[in-house]
Ligand binder design. Structure first.
Ligand code: F6R
Length: 607
């Protein structure tokens, strides 16, 4: 989840590396650093905190050179200090790393015994010190890097430069992504193609376990045995220009306002406008005969999957097992071959989700992924990808990608229901219409800002907040609570509304606001009773509902936020946007760093 970048060419490396780090900052912002070769020697600049701090250092102490590497860090081993900031190295080699070297303690002891002097607490320095030792023993940089890679356990994407070798850079990957960019008389390494988009569109992804030796003229690829490895250069479709805030205060605000567009674009890919039927790309398996679905993802993507589960179960009558990826991969559930693994991820690089994908495949499951980054590792390893058309999401907290995932999952549920005969044409028409109405309904939500701001005043004063929902609105509550925790640092818990009386009700007093997602419909009366129980105990209720639900809620709720009328099938999508808006308004009141909240990173490529 750190971002790494490298360049070997003829142009001044530092501005190129700094620009690429800006595009990688979503991966971590605990510290940043750049090293270049200056007259054959390694020089580096590093700074604790955000990339801007490194910018200030570079203004004071310029860093020339045409070959260099850069890093933006999300701390795993060692505090987020300047001393632990990458690049790490010795006078002979400089290294940037994304991932975790799991056997670093054992290697470190061995290297210290061999006389290597460590200066940081990081696992990454083990790589630098081992390569350094091999160089001192007379190996070439390629031999030294190769010998080192063979000893590493864990996950890594690495870029290295070497003193006295101004036209050489080595990259390697195992379990963490790394792209090789091909330019004119210059070559690049980057954690993703987004980082390299303004520099080159011609990208080859290293296969897992492979490494590459780059000069400005090209690259040679090898596997871990040292045998030449195949690679394929693809043209990236990502925009090369900088992604701005377009006048919004934060990327989050901009991305919230993109909901209607993103939902519309995503649905357009899956709904035939002429027939108003869902049309999925050709699948390499038959939805009609899939016995079971295993859905997995992390964080918000998992909550999208939970809403998807309720659609798949109720509309397509197919059993869906759901578990977070970090648990599923170690739970080893017995799975009959021929089932479907359903993976959901914005980045397509989340380490836990990727590992779960691989274990589902090993268990004989077909693999269908719902992804926002078409050029990601998960995209390459899936049998079929259903794209969310959310565009690059810059704010660390996910918003528009979440509703795009829901749009895809809703279409998947309809297509599955049709294939299995649980949905007839008339039902499909109703559901499709409900989805097609969504962009317009979502746009209307922004008119509710004054009400949401009023609710935010109450939430912002609280230390703890409870979120409640039932059925497909329980995951909405989970999403609302997660978003609030992430960007306002207020403790929030989500409960299935019916579970409250089994324990959490003990928490309720005037200081613990209760946010509920309670549209009218089948479960409304039950949820309303649960909320009444809370109100009777002094709880302050902030309720998201619809015009039908509002009348009953207004009597008990301190704040009733009336969302536009929508079909029950599509309601979780609208309610998700509303709870995200609430979290944003609370974060504004708290004055937090909305787009880059503390301790987080957007793409979590470590376990
Ligand atoms: C929450 C959030 C995270 C991600 C999670 C999965 O706002 O952004 O919980 O949803 O880390 O990331 P992806 O979707 O990239 O696999």
């Amino acid at each position: 989840m750190c971002g790494i970048v490298g360049v070997v060419g003829l142009r001044d490396a530092t501005p190129l590396l700094f620009g690429a780090l800006r595009r990688l900052e979503y991966r971590g912002y605990d510290s940043a650093g750049i090293a270049t070769l200056v007259n054959g020697h390694i020089e580096r600049r590093r700074a604790e905190g955000k990339l801007d701090n490194l910018g200030i250092v570079l203004e004071r102490f310029a860093l020339p050179g045409v070959t260099g590497i850069g890093h933006t860090r999300w701390a795993t081993h060692g505090a987020p200090t300047e001393g632990n900031a990458h690049p790490h190295g010795t006078e002979r080699v400089s290294v940037v790393h994304n991932g975790i070297i799991e056997n670093h303690a054992e290697l470190r002891a061995e290297l210290e015994q061999a006389g290597q002097n460590f200066t940081t607490e990081t696992d990454t320095e083990t790589v630098a010190q081992m390569v350094d030792l091999h160089l001192k023993q007379g190996m070439t940089p390629s031999q030294a890097a190769h010998a080192c890679l063979k000893r590493l356990h864990g996950a890594y994407a690495l870029a290295m430069i070497f003193a006295g070798h101004p036209e050489l850079m080595i990259g390697a990957r195992h379990g963490a992504p790394l792209a090789v960019g091909f330019g004119e008389d210059e070559m690049f390494l980057g954690s993703d193609s987004l980082a390299l988009a303004p520099l080159t569109r011609r990208i080859a992804y290293l296969r897992d376990g492979d490494w590459a030796v780059l000069s400005r003229h090209g690259a040679e690829f090898f596997d871990l045995d040292g045998t030449p490895a195949p690679f394929e250069i693809k043209t990236s479709a990502l925009p090369g220009g900088a992604i701005g805030k377009d006048g919004y205060r934060h990327y989050m605000e901009k991305e919230l306002h993109e909901h209607p567009l993103v939902i519309g674009q995503t649905l357009q890919r899956m709904i035939d406008p002429a027939t108003r039927r869902v049309v999925l790309p050709e699948l390499p398996f038959d939805l009609a005969t899939i016995p079971r679905i295993t859905m997995t993802a992390c964080g918000s993507a998992f909550y999208a999957g939970l809403i998807g589960r309720s659609w798949l179960e109720s509309e397509a009558r197919i059993p869906v097992d759901a578990d977070v990826a970090s648990e599923l991969r170690y739970r080893e559930p017995p799975l009959a071959r021929g089932g479907l693994g359903l993976l959901i991820s914005q980045s397509g690089e989340t380490a836990d989700t990727l590992a779960a994908l691989r274990s589902l495949r090993e268990a004989g499951q077909h693999v269908l992924s719902v992804l926002n980054v078409a050029e990601s590792t998960m995209a390459r390893e899936s049998d079929i990808v259903l794209d969310t058309i959310a565009g690059p999401e810059i704010c660390v907290a996910s918003t528009k990608a979440f509703t795009a995932q829901l749009s895809v999952l809703a279409c998947l549920a309809i297509a599955t229901g049709r294939a299995r005969g649980t949905i007839d044409e008339a039902r499909e028409e109703i559901l499709v219409q409900a989805l097609l109405d969504l962009p317009g309904r979502a746009a209307e939500l922004f008119g509710l800002a004054p009400m949401i701001q009023q609710a935010a005043q109450i939430v912002a004063e609280a230390r703890d907040v409870l979120y409640l929902g039932r059925g497909s609105h329980f995951p909405v509550a989970l999403e609302g609570a997660l978003k609030l925790k992430e960007i306002s640092y207020i403790h929030a818990e989500a409960y299935a509304a019916g579970e409250m009386k089994h324990g959490p009700i003990a928490l309720i007093d005037r200081n613990v606001p209760i946010v509920a997602s309670a549209p009218s419909g089948r479960l409304f009366d039950k949820t309303a009773s649960n909320l009444q129980e809370a109100q009777a105990r002094g709880g302050r209720l902030l309720v998201f509902t619809d015009p039908d639900g509002a009348a009953r809620m207004e009597r008990i709720a301190e704040c009733t936020i009336v969302l536009p009328e929508t079909h029950a099938f599509a309601a979780p999508i609208l309610h998700s946007i509303a709870v995200q808006m609430l979290a944003y308004e609370v974060a504004l009141l708290k004055g937090t760093d909305v787009d880059q909240p503390r301790n987080l990173a957007k793409s979590v490529t470590v376990e």
